[in-house]
Ligand binder design. Structure first.
Ligand SMILES: [Zn+2]
Length: 126
């Protein structure tokens, strides 16, 4: 766990105690475990609350990672579908159709060519 983040969590928990704006679940546990001793409850609250904040943060981080993976999978599927459609479209086209071009000298070729006959540069799709 990031040290700054840990400090931040203690700061948040401490602030909540000072402003008497405690998380009910954490305060309830702290108060119960301290048998009503407010001083002890406040100290316990901070430990419990920092633990809560840490867990929430870890869950949020995990959730973001999973969401990013899911989004990347969707994007990858869309890319594959588009590529399949493009290839399908090219197959339907006339095999003699001019579909490639040399990026250096602009000479044009049909799909049977991969590189430029003049300069050997890899052809790009047009
Ligand atoms: Zn060329």
């Amino acid at each position: 766990m990031d040290k700054h983040l840990e400090d931040k969590f203690y700061e948040i928990a401490c602030d909540e105690v000072i402003k008497k704006n405690m998380s009910k679940s954490a305060w309830g546990r702290a108060f119960s475990e301290s048998k009503g001793d407010i001083q002890l409850a406040s100290a316990l609250y901070i430990e419990i609350r920092v633990g809560q904040l840490r867990r929430d943060h870890e869950e949020e981080t995990q959730r973001r990672i999973e969401e990013r993976i899911r989004r990347e999978q969707i994007e990858e599927r869309i890319r594959r579908e588009q590529e399949a459609r493009r290839q399908e479209e090219e197959k339907r086209q006339d095999p003699e159709a001019i579909v490639r071009q040399c990026p250096k000298d602009g000479s044009r070729y049909n799909k049977s060519f991969e590189v430029c006959l003049y300069c050997g540069t890899r052809l790009t799709r047009i």
